[in-house]
Design a protein around this ligand. Structure first.
Ligand code: NAD
Length: 478
């Protein structure tokens, strides 16, 4: 049963839209409506803006220790409510309960990390050129923030924005995805119940384009943070430029995986299968372009197909499910298009390549071999359970192919040679690189892309820095 009550959080109150308007929320595993999502009116948005502006003026003056106390309580509540939040997450997003619980645990860890790190928003003193002068460099919260978050990590994407902003002393208005609203509400309740003051955290839902246009046009927010696709990132950056709001852009990726012939193939395959079919491939760091050195190419494909065949596809709430559905039916059509196009250009299907004949948005774990570099699925972010495999000969050739797209989020390499590992880590044009594994995002490490995958980082010390600005105060003794 879907248990979360869908409401917006505006200036400290949980409310429906002021005109009562709602949209449908559907469970992707059975296509049934499970709730109605309130759609904010411009009046609702203006109340959220006014609340965020007012709350910022007092929240920024609280000590880091005070904010630490509230955020630590929020982290404890997230952890205590993990089972319920994970269930809501699975019913909205489709991923397995195990994956959902892992994501919620990450949210508790990240909130604790930010709470601690805010105590270390140090400034510095710069020696002056003149006697009697002290030059202080201070870190201040940047101002009220706006956070727009995608549905693929419904808890994680939202929590990183809320915890980062609040820890730094900013207020925030979050617009989570309307596909996964209940998870954001459940996370928001943890912060609110922990004592975040009215207006410091606001959560709104509704048509994304109209909401972002209205919120970004307001002079109140000073910061925009988006986790979403590259086209939406470009749009929001254009809107933000009108009033020169600072941006953090966590955008799409198309992660290359370089498998060298000296890699431990069994270990590499185990890691890669888990990473590939996590959240049905709807992960910005999902391994998507598999380049395998020629002398191990056939062995790699055989191992990949054998393991992919064992991936249990089903409703995320059922025991034993490894991979759930895609988020919407539109994505199934896109997967079909990618497969058809790749095959027309010379690839062959080693496994899957079709939607599953059952209710829900299920697509088979799919392995495509001999995929050419000009196939659409090698240049557009696939965001689905497709693994594209192609052979390569030399280090220089594969690095050039890996770096050939405008994306630059995650990249991976598998090798047992220390010098290849060092060389490839430096050569790959990406914001995060995993060598011999795919774990590239922890609460304490900076995570973000380069080039058209965006800029700025979340989590780690850099994640806090994203909500801080620098002020220099020069004091002269008189
Ligand atoms: P999207 O860009 O369409 O939507 C993301 C969010 O942005 C939405 O929830 C909405 O709030 C807002 N949005 C959407 N359309 C908008 C518009 N026209 N104007 C203003 N705001 C709008 O992305 P999606 O399809 O929901 O999510 C998948 C994308 O997110 C993928 O490209 C994925 O790689 C990316 N992503 C990136 C990261 C990262 O950290 N780099 C993490 C997760 C997902």
């Amino acid at each position: 049963m879907y248990a979360e009550k869908l409401e917006m959080l505006i200036d400290g109150e949980w409310v429906q839209a002021s005109n009562g308007k709602t949209g449908s929320l559907v469970n992707p595993a059975d296509e049934m409506e499970i709730g109605r999502v309130p759609h904010a009116t411009t009046d609702d948005l203006d109340r959220a803006l006014a609340g965020a502006g007012r709350a910022f003026r007092s929240w920024k003056t609280m000590t880091a220790a005070y904010r630490w106390d509230i955020l630590s309580k929020a982290a404890d509540l997230i952890e205590a409510r993990k089972g319920d939040i994970a269930r809501t997450l699975t019913l909205e997003n489709g991923k397995s309960l195990t994956e959902a619980a892992g994501e919620v645990q990450f949210c508790a860890d990240a909130t604790r990390w930010y709470a601690e790190e805010a105590k270390r928003a140090y400034g510095r003193i710069i020696p002056a050129r003149v006697a009697g002068v002290r030059q202080l460099v201070m870190k201040e919260p940047v101002g009220p923030a706006l956070g727009f978050a995608a549905w693929n990590f419904p808890a994680g994407n939202v929590t990183l924005k809320i915890a980062g902003a609040l820890a730094a002393g900013c207020s925030i208005i979050v617009k989570p995805s309307d596909e996964t609203p209940g998870t954001a509400v459940a996370i928001g309740r943890c912060f609110q119940d922990a004592g975040v003051p009215a207006g410091a955290l606001n959560i709104v839902f509704g048509p994304s384009a109209a909401i972002s246009e209205h919120l970004i046009a307001s002079p109140i927010p000073r910061k925009v943070s988006l986790t979403g696709s590259t086209p939406v990132g470009k749009l929001l950056q254009r809107l933000a430029s009108e009033s020169l709001k600072r941006c953090t852009m966590e955008l799409g990726g198309h992660a290359p995986v370089l498998v060298f012939s000296d890699a431990n193939l069994d270990k590499a395959l185990d890691v890669l299968i888990a990473a590939k079919f996590r959240n049905a491939g709807q992960v910005c760091t999902s391994p998507t372009r598999f380049y395998v050195q020629k002398d191990v190419y056939e062995r790699f494909i055989a191992g990949f197909v054998e393991r992919s065949r064992k991936v249990v596809v089903g409703n995320g709430v059922d025991m034993g499910t490894v991979m759930g559905p895609l988020i919407t039916g539109r994505r199934l059509d896109l997967m079909d298009e990618y497969v058809k196009d790749a095959v027309a250009k010379g690839a062959s299907i080693s496994l899957g390549g079709e939607r599953l004949d059952r209710k829900g948005f299920f697509y088979a774990p799919t392995v495509l071999r001999d995929v050419t570099d000009d196939a659409l699925v090698m240049t557009e972010e696939p965001f689905g359970p497709l693994a594209q495999i192609a052979p390569f000969d030399t280090f220089d050739e594969v690095v050039e192919r890996a770096n050939s797209l405008a994306f630059g989020l995650a990249a991976y390499a598998f090798t047992s040679s220390m010098s290849t590992a060092a060389n490839v880590g430096e050569a790959l044009d990406a914001g995060v690189v995993g060598i011999n594994h795919t774990s590239v995002h922890e609460a304490e490490t900076p995570f973000g892309g380069v080039n058209e995958s965006g800029y700025g980082a979340e989590s780690g010390a850099e994640g806090l820095e994203a909500y801080l600005r620098t002020k220099m105060v020069s004091e002269k003794r008189v």
